[in-house]
Design a protein around this ligand. Structure first.
Ligand SMILES: Cc1cc2nc3c(=O)[nH]c(=O)nc-3n(C[C@H](O)[C@H](O)[C@H](O)COP(=O)(O)OP(=O)(O)OC[C@H]3O[C@@H](n4cnc5c(N)ncnc54)[C@H](O)[C@@H]3O)c2cc1C
Length: 298
């Protein structure tokens, strides 16, 4: 199918993009990688009157660490940039393990992390990763700039809090306060597919104890789920078989899966539990023996 008729603008600065959106009325859409918006327009699930393509706006294609360790990912940083990033491999284990699992190489060459957060697909992988890491989105519009924690940014399936004239300019991952570990595991029917179940775990540890934990779930609810009770159960604790099992159980309870063609709700909940056990028990912070005990419990 072809999209319905729309006006296309490709501004050359952020200010121009914002004023184009402001003057464009209520049903304008930003185009970044186009890997979600264009299919939706072709299927006529989305029929914006105005499409504002930000690909000509310079200076948005970065990802970089600040001196204090804060990571900033610009609105035109592609999934493929993150997949190939040496910075992520050495400093961001959860992001580095998720990056190669997003879609397929063609989609990864165009699609963006920030676009994925804005799209707010319950099966989008980056939202879980950024939520687990305590990240936020920086939005700029005609009323200025604001920083929105990801937990408040996504309000439901395919919904975010951006005003019609706001552009998400970057995602921000706060610096770790201890040693960072974690990962992302995804159950998919075939390589390149959306998640049947995805689990992101991000840990910071110091002196053998967890100083900060984040656990977030993909594809098992109406939107990305932060398993906050599971994460809280780990904070201040050592990673023993008992604390790992408790966190896995609480994360499984936080999931809200539905039975569909990808599997039963019970199976998906079981996979959440199994993935949390695996991610926590394989990390460098896990105590000796925790891995074996936790795997037996899966
Ligand atoms: C075949 C296929 C398989 C896929 N598989 C996966 C997968 O396994 N996992 C996964 O997570 N994703 C998957 N995706 C989605 C892909 O990751 C998209 O790249 C991503 O969801 C959207 O990023 P984008 O840059 O392409 O955004 P676009 O398609 O350009 O935009 C998506 C939405 O976000 C808005 N938007 C984008 N950028 C901004 C911005 N800077 N400010 C304000 N609004 C903005 C747009 O207006 C639009 O509503 C898949 C897509 C395809 C086509």
């Amino acid at each position: 199918m072809y999209p319905s008729r729309f006006r296309y603008e490709a501004p050359r600065s952020l200010d121009e993009a914002i004023s184009t959106l402001r003057d464009g009325g209520d049903y304008a859409k930003v185009l970044a990688g186009g890997q979600s918006l264009v299919p939706l327009m072709k299927l006529r699930f989305a029929s914006p009157e105005l499409v504002v393509d930000i690909n000509n706006v310079p200076g948005l294609d970065y990802h970089r660490a600040e001196p204090d360790g804060t990571l900033r990912i610009g609105a035109l940083c592609r999934h493929a940039d993150l997949e190939r990033s040496g910075l992520l491999k050495t400093t961001q284990p959860t992001m580095a393990s998720a990056a190669p699992l997003i879609a397929d190489p063609i989609v990864r060459n165009r699609g963006t992390l920030v676009g994925s957060l804005c799209h707010a697909d319950p099966q989008g992988d980056w939202a879980s990763v950024v939520l687990a890491l305590g990240g936020s989105v920086v939005a700029r519009g005609s009323r200025g700039t604001r920083t929105i924690p990801l937990a408040d940014f996504v309000t439901g399936p395919f919904q975010n809090v951006l005003d019609p004239d706001e552009i998400a300019v970057e995602a921000v991952i706060p610096a770790a306060q201890g040693d960072r570990s974690g990962g992302y595991l995804k159950l998919e029917r075939r390589v390149g597919d959306f998640a049947t179940v995805g689990v992101a775990v991000a840990l910071e540890t110091s002196g053998g104890k967890v100083t900060r934990a984040g656990i977030a779930l993909t594809g098992v609810g109406g939107s990305t789920i932060g398993a906050t009770e599971a994460a809280q159960a780990l904070t201040g604790q050592s990673l023993t078989a008992e604390t790992i099992e408790q966190a896995a159980e609480l994360a499984a309870q936080a999931a809200r899966p539905r039975t569909d063609h990808r599997g039963s709700a019970e199976y998906k909940r079981h996979m959440v539990r199994t993935f949390v056990l695996r991610l926590l028990s394989r990390g460098p912070a896990a105590q000796t023996g925790a891995a074996e005990t936790a795997e037996r419990a899966a």
